[in-house]
Design a protein around this ligand. Structure first.
Ligand SMILES: Cc1cc2nc3c(=O)[nH]c(=O)nc-3n(C[C@H](O)[C@H](O)[C@H](O)COP(=O)(O)OP(=O)(O)OC[C@H]3O[C@@H](n4cnc5c(N)ncnc54)[C@H](O)[C@@H]3O)c2cc1C
Length: 474
């Protein structure tokens, strides 16, 4: 017999019916579950998000509403401060409890705390669940009980821990809610619009499940270990946005990959899947870093580099944002990002290192620009990736190991296929010309810029800036 009459499930970064711990528990413990999503009320330009990710959110909410209706329920949409809106619905519907999956970032955690305090004064229970990660940050600790600062021992521990099994799909949430709901949002809700030429994956749980099936039914996962660093190849899973919005449960993704490895038989397939699972561990490592060191939003993780001078100019930053640096691999990466909301991981590293080490711009500028464009924009992983590239982060690339964009192109896009895909104006340029600055001193094609800096000169300047800062710190 369910222990509650009416409860709320607060949808956040878990926009799905399958493998959803809070929704699953609510559906078993109450006669009626009210599914609520609270839209944010900011308008216009936002430093941490942008139209592409909000568009994907709109599609995912529409899909969620359809999925809820198909099991006889519906999605209640509200807008404003999440705590106030949830409490209003709870009071109006006489809900006994609010169920939700925990969020990891500082804003989400602060909101959960406020909600719990407010509900305690009103006699409404709150139940929170682990969902976004296989392991909560507190489950993966060093021998002395502290958080890891380095990825490799973290990942060893993470991989060895027993994993939760996926939950099924929720089949019923009781009668549909009768409370008032806003209509499904469109981009205009936030005063945003798309440029119109974007090529983006579809939002929603069903589309995400198709992408998961594609990963598991194709050669993709078998070849992941070998191809994941080649941006011209379809070599990675492209599930980042689905994990970001919780369109897929991490237990299901993990469990199906392990089954795939077991069924695949060969050592090579198992090794490739293992490489993939280690990437999922990177995601959780950065989540744990943000959990235990929330100051990384403002400050360098490595205290040695706090207060560093980043003398890059706004003009140079803007050229980088426009993809007009004259370094084809960098400009192709920015073009891919602006058009699709995605940038290949290898190229993210090249582009981020170029901004911080060749243009000497503050990594926080790039971090915010990525959050405005990435569909998978996730505070913890993005901050981790930027601090890694700047040389200031947890287990970061040491500041003196500075990637050369020309030799990175030679290693990872030797035929220029990725560059030509995203910069069609360079389609007829021989690939060899992408591997060094133009020998002729003339642009690769009329209208395409010359490299805006000399890599060797800027590399030395970076080394001098870091050396000066370290000396001042002594
Ligand atoms: C500067 C920079 C910024 C980044 N910003 C983000 C971000 O905002 N959100 C984000 O999810 N990832 C970020 N990454 C990590 C990585 O680039 C993306 O996760 C990956 O490209 C997503 O594509 P995929 O799903 O095909 O990845 P796959 O290679 O198929 O990996 C599977 C999943 O593992 C996780 N993952 C893989 N690599 C990493 C990594 N290095 N760090 C953390 N998680 C990882 C992601 O959830 C990814 O979807 C960033 C990396 C850099 C260098």
């Amino acid at each position: 017999m369910p222990k509650h009459g009416v409860v709320i499930h607060w949808f956040r970064k878990d926009l799905r019916l399958c493998d959803n711990p809070s929704l699953w528990a609510a559906s078993r413990e109450a006669l009626q579950v009210l599914p609520v999503y609270v839209l944010s009320h900011w308008r216009g330009q936002h430093d941490w998000t942008g139209p592409k990710r909000q568009h994907f959110l709109c599609q995912s909410l529409a899909s969620l509403r359809g999925n809820l209706q198909s099991i006889g329920s519906d999605l209640l949409l509200r807008c404003g401060d999440a705590v106030e809106e949830l409490v209003k619905v709870a009071v109006q519907a006489k809900a006994a409890a609010i169920y939700f999956n925990r969020d990891g970032d500082p804003y989400g955690r602060a909101c959960e705390e406020r909600l719990k305090q407010r509900c305690a004064t009103l006699g409404i229970a709150c139940f929170d669940f682990k969902d976004r990660w296989m392991h909560d940050p507190s489950e993966v600790l060093t021998g002395s009980g502290g958080p890891y600062r380095v990825y490799t021992p973290y990942s060893r521990n993470w991989l060895a821990l027993e994993k939760d099994r996926p939950l099924g799909k929720v089949k019923s949430l009781g009668p549909a809610p009768t409370c008032e709901s806003l209509p499904l949002p469109e981009l205009s809700h936030w005063g945003l619009k798309l440029e119109g030429s974007e090529q983006m994956p579809e939002g929603g749980e069903r589309a995400a499940r198709k992408r998961l099936d594609a990963l598991l039914s194709s050669e993709l996962l078998c070849g992941y270990g070998a191809k994941r660093d080649l941006p011209a190849e379809p070599g990675t899973s492209r599930l980042g946005q689905d994990l970001r919005f919780g369109l897929l449960g991490i237990r299901e993704l993990y469990g199906r990959c392990v089954e795939f490895a077991q069924a695949g038989g060969s050592a090579a397939v198992r090794a490739s899947v293992h490489t993939y699972l280690k990437e999922l561990a990177w995601r959780e490592f950065y989540a744990a870093v943000l959990w235990y060191y929330p100051q990384v939003f403002e400050l360098e993780f490595n205290a040695e580099f706090r207060g560093m001078e980043w003398p890059g100019s706004v003009e140079d930053f803007q050229r980088w944002c426009q993809g007009r640096t004259g370094f084809p691999i960098v400009d192709a990466g920015i073009a891919e990002l602006r058009r699709t909301g995605f940038m290949h991981n290898r190229v993210r590293m090249i582009v981020a290192m170029f901004l911080t080490k060749d243009l000497h711009c503050d990594w926080r500028w790039g971090e915010s620009f990525f959050m405005q464009h990435l569909l998978d924009g996730e505070n913890a992983s993005n901050n981790g990736g930027w601090q890694w590239s700047a040389g200031t982060g947890a287990d970061a690339a040491p500041y003196f190991r500075i990637q050369n964009p020309w030799s990175q192109t030679k290693r990872f896009d030797p035929q220029g296929l990725y560059i030509k895909r995203w910069l069609p104006e360079l389609a007829k340029v021989p690939a060899a010309e992408f591997l060094q600055p133009p020998a002729s001193g003339r642009p690769l094609v009329p209208g395409y810029p010359l490299p805006m800096v000399d890599h060797a000169t800027e590399r030395n300047r970076t080394l001098a800036l870091f050396a000066k800062h370290r000396q001042q710190g002594r």
